[in-house]
Write a protein of this length. Sequence first.
Length: 206
Amino acid sequence: MFGGGQAFFRQEVFDEFGGFDEEILIEDIDMTSRIHEFGKEIRVDPSIITYEEHPTSVRGIWHQRLRWSRGWMQVARRYLPTLPFQRDVSSRKKADAIYTYTYAIAPAFFVLGGPLTVVHWSSTFHARTYFPNDSVFWTAFTIVPILAASLVFLQDWRDGLTHHRREYLAMFVLPFYYSVQSVLFFVAFVQEFVLERPNVYVKTDR
């Protein structure tokens, strides 16, 4: 599944499948999902390195990530029930689609799991929350980002790419980032599925 960056689409794609859907907040992900659904291919060139300009304020970052989160949920709701069952889609793509679309929704439930774990560990409440293996879950939540970042740095080193020393701190900052991101996903989940707010494309500062 294509997840952002720089994308180039052939003109024939729009002629055959139609243009971007303006009802979806991340039209590029929607288009690539549509391409997969029709049995076509998306090619990735890892040798191309692009740079992205981030918003310059916390408010700008919040609106950008909230838009992306809601957009991913919209795509997941549209294609998760259909794409994994298409005959022209390979088993590998189906597995990737299930993982990618599920991940677009799952972080919202981390926010719900946090208070349950606090209640479970608290000596005041003496209550069971029926959150099985919560210690394993939260350990994985901490270790997996560190492991994933380490593998990225290892692959870059093998490819001859270098990083500033400060970038290696990402391995230890990612768990905190994912915690904040989970809260953002939860807000997006409420807006998309509970409040059903209309889509508003809020541009970044620039």
